[in-house]
Write a protein that binds this ligand. Structure first.
Ligand SMILES: Cc1cc2nc3c(=O)[nH]c(=O)nc-3n(C[C@H](O)[C@H](O)[C@H](O)COP(=O)(O)OP(=O)(O)OC[C@H]3O[C@@H](n4cnc5c(N)ncnc54)[C@H](O)[C@@H]3O)c2cc1C
Length: 276
């Protein structure tokens, strides 16, 4: 263990002040479920660490038609919030109780694939993230937050303070497929928000996890659906488009080939559930 200093700021202002003073050498920890194993195994050897647990970022605020989730809100807490059932379901599908009790919503945005089972639901809901530094604050759509495999738009002097989620106006579906029923890494996770008007698809957001460098939107599949009659033919075409456009990978859980096949299967199942 090389850590010499551990800061526990009592407010967001204090936290971003510490980031400004110490620069990128300061390791940020929220729930610690990703960061601590790396430190314990000697993969990450930070000299200074900042814990966000007491920085006042663990509230959920309900405003006109949207939910503002503090970045350090735990996944267990999200399971108990009934405002957006899709988010409850997403939290429920992550790890086991110990991970959900410690792991945070903000932390899930930084989890490498195949993790990202909460973030994919946020993508389907058109969530935005608030990034705060000691002298600025900006809001980005989640689609612009991710820039590559384990890279984001977050600057070294910034923290994610809040995730803003519009309450969905349409139907939602969430399906996670892994090798086991529970406490399992994803082979693929699908999250959908669908708005229908007289059986015509007015709008749709289709998120995919574990089949790209980060949770992605299946935009080609969305384009296939928008403006069409929501029937089995449209669903099959969208599932095919999603399987074509995703960027799966091979790991110890599944091959690239299998993941792509399962994207087609699970997108079809999720959409069929909504057609139900
Ligand atoms: C055994 C196990 C099983 C798991 N299973 C799943 C699963 O099924 N599905 C799934 O999606 N995930 C899974 N995960 C990943 C889990 O979702 C993440 O570990 C958790 O969400 C990360 O949150 P955290 O607060 O613990 O992150 P931390 O470990 O505290 O943070 C990790 C890093 O994220 C950054 N960070 C975190 N919060 C902020 C912030 N507010 N601002 C700026 N930077 C920040 C920092 O760089 C930090 O070092 C699993 C993890 C484990 C260990």
């Amino acid at each position: 263990m090389t850590t010499k200093e551990y800061f526990l700021p009592q407010s967001l202002d204090e936290a971003v002040g510490l980031l400004a003073d110490h620069g990128p050498s300061l390791l940020v920890i929220a729930g610690g479920t990703l960061a601590m194993p790396l430190i314990n195994e000697g993969v990450s050897m930070p000299e200074t660490v900042i814990g966000l647990q007491r920085a006042g970022l663990n509230n959920i605020k309900r405003t006109n038609g949207s939910l503002a989730i503090g970045a350090t809100t735990t996944l267990t807490r999200m399971m108990a919030d009934h405002t957006i059932p899709l988010l409850q379901e997403a939290a429920h599908h992550i790890g086991g109780w110990s991970i959900r009790n410690m792991g945070t919503v903000g932390g899930n945005l930084f989890a490498p694939p195949p993790s990202g089972d909460f973030a994919v639901a946020l993508l389907a809901l058109d969530a935005q993230v608030k990034l705060v530094s000691n002298n600025s604050q900006r809001v980005l759509p989640l689609t612009e937050f991710y820039t590559g495999f384990m890279t984001t738009a977050l600057q070294p002097n910034e923290l994610v303070s809040e995730i803003m989620v519009p309450v969905p106006k349409g139907k939602t579906a969430y399906l996670k497929y892994g090798r086991r029923h529970a406490n399992t890494p994803a082979i693929v996770t699908v999250a959908v928000h669908l708005i229908l008007e007289n059986r015509i698809v007015k709008d749709v957001r289709l998120g995919l996890n574990a089949v790209g460098p980060y949770p992605i939107r299946a935009e080609a599949a969305e384009r296939v659906l928008i403006g069409t009659t929501f029937d089995q033919e449209a669903i099959a075409a969208a599932a095919h488009a999603a399987a074509e456009e995703c960027q799966p990978f091979t790991d110890s859980i599944a091959t690239e080939w299998y993941r792509r096949r399962m994207v087609g299967v699970y997108v079809r199942r999720a959409l069929t559930q909504l057609a139900g």
